[in-house]
Design a protein around this ligand. Structure first.
Ligand code: AHG
Ligand code: MN
Ligand code: MN
Length: 335
């Protein structure tokens, strides 16, 4: 991890610098990342003044997962989609807030983008950190020209970029294009994301576990035993671990990236296939964590290798420092 040097590097400059290292690059992915950066600044501004501008609270509708939609969910959704539409390089967006695919003006655009426009919406009204998540794929060449939903059903290993924005005590944007993870902090006084960390690495092992323990009774035995293992005393392995659970995946994942440890949203009797969405929560954050040297599995196999069958499908997830994830998996595989 290299903290930025004396001279400040903005997100825009950084993206261009990286692009210049690939002589054949068309600049389109760079443009897409800049578009997301712009939408993130607008969302960050609204999040910070949501109480004043009447953006707190529910919209009154429910989304594809039957969850109550908040006004900020819809605001973030429309900002991100219109930013992507503007530069005519994205043909299709799939978002938590839209049941079907959203076709953009550029039918011939080569990118498909998945979005969780506002992650952790239940935390909006209580001033706790929330986020946005994005995941980018190339449209695959096919014989039929017409764009169909199946074009978007690609495994996470095919992501060409992914990232998140965390609206916390400061606003942070982290992304990867498969060459490590870079993180930027928004300086609101100049309205720019400034490079904070290049090539971010997650600790090999951490002493924090993160799971909604209120669901304990609905878990499988192996997971119950793993959580008991986390709570047992053993100074050599830094146990007992500390429990931390924010309830916004982006915030929980950002902490896991910085401090190490494990975040789990398991399969349970209530959610047999997990609750978190494969395409716009699990895959992008798994890409980031793997690029930082961590691991992400569904308890058995690598998240990024799951072949998706539906745009809004869910998956269990065990994600974080490699040693923690391997240990959790060894408990899960026993029953
Ligand atoms: P979203 O607000 O985008 O629907 O996501 C909420 C998710 C995720 O951010 C978080 O990790 C999880 O829901 C929390 O779920 P529980 O309340 O069931 O623990
Ligand atoms: Mn979410
Ligand atoms: Mn959401």
């Amino acid at each position: 991890m290299t903290p930025s040097q004396n001279r400040l590097v903005t997100l825009e400059e950084y993206i261009i610098q990286k692009q210049n290292k690939f002589p054949g690059a068309t600049g389109e992915l760079s443009q897409l990342l800049r578009d997301i950066g712009l939408a993130a600044k607008i969302i960050s501004r609204e999040v910070n003044k949501a109480g004043i501008t009447n953006l707190l609270g529910v919209d009154g509708s429910t989304n594809v997962h039957g969850e109550s939609v908040k006004k900020l969910d819809l605001f973030a959704d429309s900002q991100l989609i219109s930013a992507l539409d503007r530069s005519m390089i994205t043909c299709m967006v799939i978002s938590e807030e839209n049941d079907g695919v959203v076709r953009l003006n550029s039918e011939g655009g080569k990118y498909i983008v998945y979005l969780d426009p506002l992650d952790g919406s239940s935390n909006i009204d209580v001033n706790v950190s929330i986020g946005s998540i994005f995941s980018v794929y190339m449209r695959q060449p096919r014989f039929e020209k017409e764009l169909v939903e199946a074009d978007a059903l690609q495994p996470g290993v095919r992501q060409v970029a992914a990232g998140y924005v965390l609206y916390g005590s400061s606003t942070i944007l982290a992304y990867t294009t498969g060459l490590g993870v870079s993180a930027f902090t928004l300086d609101p006084s100049i309205g720019e994301f400034i490079l904070s960390f290049d090539n971010y690495k997650i600790p090999d092992h951490g002493s924090i576990y993160s799971i909604n323990e209120g669901s304990y009774n609905s878990w499988q035995e192996g997971l119950k035993k793993y959580i008991k293992y986390c709570q047992q005393e053993d100074p050599e392995t830094s146990r007992p671990y500390t429990a931390r659970y924010i309830g916004s995946m982006v915030a929980d994942l950002h902490r896991t990236l910085v401090k190490g440890g494990i975040f789990i949203y398991p399969a349970s009797s209530k959610y047999p296939e997990g609750k978190l969405r494969l395409m716009y929560e699990c895959n992008p954050l798994s890409f980031i964590i793997e690029q930082a040297g961590g691991l992400a599995t569904d308890g058995k196999k690598r998240i990024l290798e799951i072949e998706p069958t539906a745009i809004h499908q869910t998956s269990p997830i065990y994600i974080g420092s490699p040693k923690n994830v391997e240990m959790a998996q060894s408990f899960i595989s026993k029953n």
